[in-house]
Design a protein around this ligand. Structure first.
Ligand SMILES: [Zn+2]
Length: 103
């Protein structure tokens, strides 16, 4: 499934938590619905959010979730790739070229 279907939003830290931004250049992380629970629930209802903070984007070490930080490639949300894989317990897989796939 695409991360667009998972309602992915590019975000950066703000004084009240984090806020959505429009470009990958200014983003410090990505928020989306959990791919595993989205599939299990058949959609967004009851599905929790996951956040991956980006490496090298000045995200403080104490910002949760952590300590994982992801290297990114791509030019927009819709072709975003994260390295390494993402493991949130209920889902372990890859975000590559804007798509979430199981490991
Ligand atoms: Zn989940």
């Amino acid at each position: 499934m695409t991360i667009q279907e998972l309602e992915a939003r590019l975000v950066r830290l703000s004084p009240v938590g984090y806020m959505e931004v429009s470009t990958l250049a200014e983003a410090q992380g990505v928020e989306m619905l959990c791919p595993g629970c989205f599939a299990k629930n058949g959609g967004p209802r009851g599905t929790h959010i996951i956040i991956a903070w980006f490496r090298g984007r000045a995200v403080p070490d104490d910002v949760r979730p952590g300590p994982g930080r992801w290297a990114i490639s791509g030019s927009t949300r819709d072709d975003l790739t994260l390295n390494p894989s993402v493991d949130v317990g209920c889902w372990h897989g890859f975000i590559r070229d804007g798509k979430a796939t199981g490991a």
